[in-house]
Design a protein around this ligand. Structure first.
Ligand SMILES: Cc1ncc(COP(=O)(O)O)c(C=O)c1O
Length: 414
């Protein structure tokens, strides 16, 4: 990885300080025309000593507004220091992790995976509209395991969503099911398809087979765009040594969602949206004429501190440190999977993933409560998942394995 280098605490401090120094200061300058300011000083005093060594808090208190998309257009000059840091962050993620060519993508730090996914659907709807298609002629396809943000987006954008069933053993879609659906859609009135492919689904951590999806799409004769939802998996799966072709090195993929507020443990409000150059223009809103550079994003005003937080976390680890962190999570997941096998408890795990999904028949309400296990459906659970995050130590996993193996009898106080 060429861009993602580890930095010392002092280097991080200096870089953020320099970025803030290039922003205009509400404390020192006559900024008269903006509907924004530093954070309320009764609660967040700008001269508090705790800010001295805390660049993220300094940025929060300074409160830069990153409205707009800074890879496409020149944005509000008042915050150009931290906007530049956001571009550095996007470069690391787009080029080093997702193999985009430098300068050949656009993106921004969105509120989360939901917004990034909806931004993608919105851009493609506008793209197809530009080609003369009506909403009824556009179909959004994805597996039944896809996150609900896609149905939220389709509802908001008046698009039709078609879910494709997965094999219950592998959680993969079959070529025949995809191509059969595409054939039916073509015979009705559909002319353009948006396919959402997953790099680690919410419940199963499953990864869609892009080669199967691509050959069905290419064989259909329909125009198509592929968006990758790696909101959960984007900071994990590219580091586990499995080839997925779910990145910009695959010419068929146009856009990617990846969240920093999941695996990166960044503050909420750090979804990242990435798309090849040439597409953001479809959501340009020229009514935003008072915003320098106008606006292309769903969110509008957004905190520059979020971009700084993610940049700082990535810089503190460096790419090698990140690979090591992922390797540790993978090893812990290997450990629990081995124990489950020994206890003859069946489970689903995508190759090398850190999500383990266990059939509900193995989990009683006491176990669910004790370990905060999350079901696929609270009203009618079929599965429960374990996600091996940073805080999920082998000690906790061992305790779960013991409880599972003990006929699920737990101490009374739970
Ligand atoms: C695969 C996937 N996509 C999208 C989202 C939505 O992300 P957010 O909650 O940040 O909007 C999630 C959240 O869990 C997810 O797992």
């Amino acid at each position: 990885m060429k861009l993602w280098k580890k930095k010392s605490h002092q280097e991080i401090l200096d870089r953020v300080k320099s970025a803030l120094g290039q922003n205009r200061s509400f404390y020192e300058e006559p900024i008269l025309g903006m509907p924004c300011s530093y954070l309320d000083s009764k609660i967040f005093p700008g001269n508090s000593p705790i800010l001295a060594n805390a660049p993220f808090l300094q940025t929060l208190v300074n409160n830069p507004n990153h409205i707009g998309c800074h890879t496409v257009a020149k944005s509000e000059a008042m915050f150009e220091g931290t906007q530049e840091l956001e571009r550095e962050l996007l470069d690391i993620i787009a080029c080093d992790i997702f193999k985009a060519e430098h300068g050949n993508y656009d993106g921004y730090v969105a509120t989360g995976g939901t917004e990034s996914n909806i931004q993608a659907l919105w851009i493609y709807r506008e793209y197809y509209k530009d080609q003369g298609l009506r909403n009824e002629e556009i179909a959004v396809l994805c597996s039944e395991d896809t996150h609900y943000s896609i149905s939220k987006g389709c509802n908001l954008l008046c698009l039709h969503q078609f879910k494709i069933q997965v094999n219950p053993e592998t959680r993969k879609m079959a070529y025949e099911d995809i191509s059969g659906l595409l054939r039916n859609l073509k015979e009705s009135r559909v002319k353009g398809v948006v396919f959402v492919a997953n790099m680690m689904t919410t419940m199963f951590g499953s990864v869609d087979d892009i080669d199967v999806i691509a050959s069905a799409l290419q064989g259909s004769g329909l125009d198509f765009k592929i968006h990758v939802d790696s909101a959960y998996g984007g900071f994990y799966y590219p580091f586990v040594d499995v080839v997925t072709h779910l990145d910009f090195s695959n010419p068929l993929i146009s856009s990617i969602t990846v969240d920093a507020h999941k695996m990166v443990q960044a503050p909420y409000g750090t979804g990242i949206f990435l798309i090849r150059k040439g597409y953001m223009k479809y959501t340009l809103n020229q009514n935003a004429s008072y915003v320098k550079g106008e606006d292309y994003t769903l969110v509008g005003s957004r905190s520059g501190a979020n971009a700084v937080a993610v940049w700082m976390i990535l810089a503190a680890h460096g790419s090698h440190g990140w690979s090591e962190k992922v390797l540790i999570l993978k090893k812990r997941t290997d450990w629990i999977c081995q124990k489950l096998k020994e206890s003859k408890i069946n489970f689903f795990r995508e190759k090398k993933s850190n999500i383990v999904t266990i059939p509900a028949k193995h989990i009683n309400p006491k176990l669910e409560k004790k370990y905060y296990l999350v079901p696929d459906s609270h009203s009618k659970p079929s599965w429960y998942k374990i996600i091996v995050m940073e805080h999920v130590s082998v000690g906790f996993l061992e305790s779960l394995v013991e409880d599972l193996g003990l006929g699920l009898e737990l101490a009374e106080h739970f």
